[in-house]
Design a protein around this ligand. Structure first.
Ligand SMILES: Cc1ncc(COP(=O)(O)O)c(C=O)c1O
Length: 361
């Protein structure tokens, strides 16, 4: 007899990471692979960050300080927020899952938009008794009215992905504030701002100030994107201290490694480099968007480091790209692909591959 795993696990599709470079190179026999599939930063971590990591290797025999004092202090300073409101973790994934573990259980439901970041679905299906998925509006944005209408008496958490993955769109700050005002105080509103540093839209506003004022708003951010530290796993949330006290009860000890803390502290010191990456990304987004629109794709206005683009036969385009060593991300619903900014050479390869496949002007 096999071990008796929960039978409801069958409902959960495991998280599908973008295909790895080694995997695609081996399967399709291509020498060079451009990976534009996981919304990573194409540039390596800042040189100062790499040096700080190298200088800390000798301390790896020790457990990290579980209170993450250096990172908490650096974030408090950077954000202008009291350290008691900062909660660090093994990137936004861990923070999101712990919010689900601590808000879910029997007779609870979670509300989130769909399509959105897959972890809301995975965490909610595993932990809540019901998941209430609310379709995006026609412009691929959160439909906040419909989300408000979906909230039930048993709802304990609402996830807002702003900007949204996979569609790259934002909801306006005013509308989001009105939504937060209207939601009952006993529901935790998790605002996932993984792509915050890439935004430029005037209507976008971070909900960090609201996380300072309201007791039921939690904003998550990450070092995985603009700071180029996806491989190290470190992120943070800002929320009321009493929420952090609850969430920490079930956080794994030491989930932010020594190296991750050192790297994140150093990365925060280099806001000039962050600004450079922001500008490089905007140029990449403009290049991808105009090139795809010329090829008659519908492309959502991106506020992130990726574009969401429609294709007549997205599955065939995806396969054709893989054969040519270009990895992008097929997304739900069918007909759309998600492509992140790469180096200029990588994005040129993407367009050359599209030309070969026959997706032309
Ligand atoms: C919206 C969103 N949130 C969270 C994450 C997870 O990021 P991490 O766990 O690396 O912080 C991602 C990753 O792509 C994302 O797109």
């Amino acid at each position: 007899m096999p071990p008796r795993f929960r039978s409801d696990l069958e409902r959960i599709q495991p998280y599908r990471p973008g295909r790895s470079i080694a995997d695609v190179a081996a399967e399709f026999g291509v020498q060079e692979v451009a990976k534009l599939a996981s919304n990573e930063n194409p540039e390596p971590p800042f040189p100062e960050v790499q040096q700080a990591i190298a200088a800390s290797l000798g301390g790896l025999n020790r457990y990290p300080d579980n209170a993450k004092p250096d990172l908490t202090a650096a974030l408090a300073d950077h954000l202008g927020v009291g350290p008691e409101r900062i909660w660090c973790g093994g990137a936004s994934n861990e923070l999101t899952l712990i919010s689900a573990l601590s808000m879910g259980g029997p007779a609870t439901s979670a509300v989130y938009a769909w399509p959105s970041f897959e972890l809301y679905r995975i965490g909610s299906l595993a932990i809540f008794s019901d998941t209430l998925e609310v379709p995006l509006d026609d412009l691929h944005r959160h439909d906040l009215d419909a989300m408000q209408a979906a909230i039930r008496d048993d709802t304990t958490v609402v996830y807002i992905c702003n900007p949204n993955n996979p569609t790259s769109t934002v909801v306006a700050g005013d509308a989001l504030e009105r939504f937060i005002d209207a939601v009952s105080d006993d529901i935790l509103i998790v605002v996932d701002e993984a792509y915050h540093e890439y935004t430029t839209a005037e209507e976008y506003r971070s909900m960090l100030p609201l996380a300072m004022e309201r007791s039921n708003v939690l904003v998550t951010r990450t070092f995985s994107k603009i700071y180029s530290l996806a491989g190290l796993r470190v992120g943070y949330a800002v929320t009321a201290p009493q929420n952090i006290a609850q969430l920490r009860r079930i956080q794994l000890p030491f989930s932010v490694s020594n190296l991750a803390e050192v790297a994140a502290v150093e990365a925060l010191k280099h806001q000039d480099r962050v600004a450079e990456r922001h500008h490089a990304n905007r140029a990449g987004i403009a290049y991808l968007t105009s090139g795809l629109r010329h090829r008659r794709s519908e492309v959502a206005d991106s506020q992130t480091n990726f574009v969401y683009a429609s294709f007549e036969d997205a599955a065939a385009v995806n396969e054709g790209l893989l054969q040519r060593g270009v990895i992008v991300r097929p997304v739900i619903p069918d007909g759309w692909l998600r492509i992140n900014t790469g180096t200029h050479a990588e994005m040129e390869r993407f367009f050359m591959a599209l030309d070969e496949i026959g997706v032309r002007d």
